[in-house]
Design a protein around this ligand. Structure first.
Ligand code: A2P
Length: 318
């Protein structure tokens, strides 16, 4: 099985390191471990507030010659609070300065809509219509300026991607969205594949033990975690293949040609999440896992976590 998928003009390693919950020294330690283990695809975002920590580690590895820039695949994202055409250039420049890089391999629009922080409710809020195409035009400018080799989107629906395709000079190379055992998203996957858009699954494990989730729930968010690691079919296959439940869930994704970015700061789990190429799930087992998709499944990132989004005409999850 190929360990890469095509992402525009680039080859993206199928397994990347997610970094959402890690910051500062914890992030630096995890990235050092991950690079030592062989991770070369790193997924971050301006919103994660860890670009500078990642930049410090990358600088150490690159300046000492322990790694070549050409062997790395670095993704970062335009945050929802900068989702306006006039903010794109300044925001990617800031991300590049944080990361101590001249360019990223992939720059994604993190969320299709401009969102503000509501300090009273301590939640994100949608107040206005977002011109998705105008933002995309500025994303294209970043490719022309050499700040991003490829560009893509995250958390869009089919109509929103189609709107970009209808107006783009540079097509989205990638779509990163929530896909896991109980939220398998077959229509969105089929659509992206038909348009040659590389797919990256986030929350592939269902985001267990996430600090972010615990905090969000404590603040009253509607966030709920799917219990995919405890799923009976996953447990059965874990025993059959002598692999952990996480490895079954991750292998299930990459075997569909979908890239994954599991996040961990723990060495043995980082190692485990990279060790997915020595076994193959049979067609029958893949088919049984398919039956575990749930209509109206809980999302790790639900629209109800954003004020005004559930009834908004641009809600990407509808
Ligand atoms: P930790 O950093 O302690 O390993 P997701 O990628 O779905 O968002 O899930 C990330 C969460 O899953 C993190 O809290 C991480 O915790 C945990 N995790 C990562 N890899 C594994 C694994 N192989 N088995 C169990 N939990 C894992």
């Amino acid at each position: 099985m190929d360990k890469f998928i095509e992402c525009g003009s680039l080859k993206m390693p199928l397994i990347g390191l997610g970094t959402f919950q890690a910051k500062d020294e914890r992030m630096e330690r995890a990235l050092d471990l991950a690079l030592n283990l062989g991770y070369r695809h790193i997924d971050t975002a301006h919103f994660y507030e860890n670009e500078a920590a990642i930049g410090r580690v990358l600088h150490r590895w690159l300046s000492s010659g322990r790694i070549n820039r050409a062997d790395l695949f670095i993704t970062t994202k335009l945050p929802f609070y900068a989702n306006k055409p006039e903010l794109v250039e300044a925001t990617i420049k800031q991300s590049l300065a944080n990361l101590q890089l001249d360019f990223v391999d992939l720059y994604l629009v993190h969320f299709p809509l401009f969102l503000e922080f509501n300090p009273v409710e301590m939640k994100l809020e949608i107040k206005e219509h977002t011109d998705i195409v105008a933002v995309w035009k500025q994303m294209e400018e970043q490719v022309k300026a050499g700040r991003a080799t490829t560009i893509g989107v995250s958390n869009y629906n089919i109509q929103q991607i189609q709107e970009i395709l209808d107006n783009a000079t540079i097509k989205p190379a990638c779509h990163q969205f929530e896909i896991h055992l109980s939220l398998q998203q077959p229509k969105l996957i089929e659509f992206c594949k038909s348009k040659n858009i590389a797919i990256v699954s986030y929350s592939t494990l269902g985001c267990p033990n996430s600090e972010y989730a615990k905090e969000a729930i404590a603040k009253g968010s509607a966030l709920k975690m799917p219990h995919n690691l405890e799923n009976a079919v996953v447990r059965k296959l874990s025993a059959k293949y002598e692999k952990s439940p996480a490895q079954i869930l991750l292998r299930h994704m990459i075997q569909q040609g979908i890239a994954i970015i599991p996040k961990s700061t723990n060495e043995s789990r980082l190692k485990q999440n990279l060790d997915l190429f020595g076994f193959n799930l049979t067609e029958e087992d893949m088919a049984e896992l398919k039956t575990q998709d749930i209509q109206g499944a809980e999302r790790v990132f639900p629209d109800t976590s954003i004020i005004g989004l559930p009834d908004h005409p641009q809600n990407p999850f509808k």
